[in-house]
Design a protein around this ligand. Sequence first.
Ligand code: NAD
Ligand code: GLY
Length: 373
Amino acid sequence: MHAHPPFSHPTAQVQIDLAERSYPIVIGSGLLGNAQTYKDLPRAATALVVSNTAVAPLYAAKLTQALQAHFARVLLVALPDGEAHKDWPTLQLIFDALLENGCDRKTVLFALGGGVVGDMTGFAAASYMRGVPFVQVPTTLLAQVDSSVGGKTAINHPLGKNMIGAFYQPQLVVCDLDLLQTLPARELSAGLAEVIKYGPIADMEFFAWLETSLDALLAKEPGALAHAIRRSCEIKAWVVGQDERESGLRAILNFGHTFGHAMESGLGYGEWLHGEGVGCGMVIAAHLSQRLGRVDLAFVERLTTLVRRCGLPVRAPILSVGDNAGRYLELMRIDKKSEAGEIRFVVIDGPGKAAVCAAPDAVVREVIDFCCA
Ligand code: NAD
Ligand code: GLY
């Protein structure tokens, strides 16, 4: 018997419903190099594929060939790889390529890479000539289940993660499962953190399915991956469709991120992967939820077990040899959810439901001290 649905349907589609900014997410095998995948995009003379030095050698030629059926000119810019390059100088390389090649305002940008390439390409598309169309072709699990969907685009600032950016929706998201076969194990685990996230905040049945299907996911079985990506995208579509610009509900997608972002910027971008920060951050946020009386310890342990089984860290890193909890608090105050210097945390309000609330510094300190290695 299958613990997950067999992979019988080659392509699934999830729709993001945002009136005139609506778009499909297509999920399946063999999509990248199939010209049909791109047939409904706006007509233009030029496509610019934005990728990085690790992903471009693997997949840019295949994408370029498929796009040549629709665009007279297909250009490529390969950015330096890694979170440490999600910054102004690297963003500028995209604008350099656009301007040096005389790209007009109809030019379509294609983000071929993980969340770093996706976030930067989206930001470039939002601002080049005040906005050009773009397509997300996510190549990591994390990007296929989260970052390519919903229109958040950004670069980092040394003082805070994703601090400079825009909301800007793509025209299409192409999740080709085949691309995940070359993904390193550590990156697969990082992506699983964002998959797990959807359980506690919205769907404990999905969480239970993850508990039984984790080995299949770690083995990259296409049926298991397809189901995980599809359900994650459905939940994200449901949230983004109600609150595109995060005036309320969308904040629940940041479960674990307030602590995780502090780890990423506190350790130096690229030291811990984003998904590692989120995985460990969810464990801390679950402990905080328990201290605030919203979930029981059994739930915290269940979540911790699944995060650990993914190969993700569950003990938080020390960010300062002095006042470590104070350093976390200082970094978390820069979070975008903070209001007038007060940190807002996503907590689990009973399994399957999330809430956003403030918490006394003393309780947050206790939880951080408890969770740090
Ligand atoms: P990433 O983009 O750095 O990719 C991870 C690594 O895998 C990179 O070295 C990349 O070159 C490599 N890689 C990518 N695809 C590959 C493939 N198919 N085969 C082999 N190697 C491959 O990291 P990520 O985890 O994809 O994304 C993290 C970023 O996403 C963070 O900057 C985070 O802030 C952002 N993010 C954004 C949103 C959003 O809503 N916009 C949501 C979640 C995360
Ligand atoms: N990844 C959080 C969001 O898209 O809102």
